[in-house]
Design a protein around this ligand. Structure first.
Ligand code: SF4
Ligand code: SF4
Ligand code: SF4
Length: 186
């Protein structure tokens, strides 16, 4: 069985938002709402400035609060680790929106359904997601951790990968490599 994981290497990210635009195009996400965005945060004092780019999207929790609070089974997990929404079972109670500690869910203003990142699974069935495929710096890595030859396993073995809000115990499957660049004046 495949298990999908994504990593955002913040050292390689340039904040271009191509991932966000590609996602909107792939999944017909209307203006004003996003499945993924990359946020920029500046710190330091000139000339020792640092810019960190962090990804905001569903992190595919293994122990997902959105699934456990859903009263109808509309929020569910596949065995491959991807959390999805069955619009036919959704009664728009928004419990999942409130329960998500990552603010990953929103109401799609066109479909009126609850929406979020799906790793593009409904369209691409486990192939490289739209955001990953357009990233100009290869800052996004996606793959199957049960494939010992996968790029994602090489990255997990060789780099220090962290997980957002790990202390909550939701066991995200979207990790990040913390930015160490910037903040130096040479
Ligand atoms: S496309 Fe890649 S480099 Fe651009 S913001 Fe997204 S992750 Fe960062
Ligand atoms: S990040 Fe939010 S929407 Fe995604 S699996 Fe976790 S709780 Fe659910
Ligand atoms: S995996 Fe697909 S749905 Fe998720 S952010 Fe990337 S492009 Fe959007």
């Amino acid at each position: 069985m495949k298990k999908f994981v994504m990593i955002h290497d913040e050292n390689l990210c340039i904040g271009c938002q191509a991932c966000s635009v590609a996602c909107k195009n792939e999944n017909q996400i209307p203006s004003g709402v996003f499945r993924v965005q990359v946020h920029a945060k500046m710190s330091g004092v000139f000339p020792n400035l640092k810019t960190d780019f962090t990804r905001a999207s569903c992190v595919m929790c293994e122990d997902s609060p959105c699934v456990s609070v859903c009263p109808t089974g509309a929020s569910f997990k596949l065995a491959n680790g991807i959390t999805l929404i069955d619009e036919k079972l959704c009664v728009s109670c928004k419990y999942c929106v409130l329960a998500c500690p990552y603010n990953a869910r929103f109401v799609n203003p066109i479909t009126k359904a609850i929406d979020k990142c799906t790793f593009c699974y409904p369209n691409r069935k486990g192939a490289t997601p739209a955001c990953v495929s357009v990233c100009p710096t290869d800052a996004l890595i996606f793959g199957d951790i049960n494939d010992s030859n996968s790029e994602i396993n090489k990255v997990l073995a060789s780099k220090s990968v962290e997980y957002p809000k790990a202390h909550l115990g939701t066991k995200p499957k979207l990790g990040f490599i913390k930015n160490t660049k910037g903040g130096r004046y040479e």
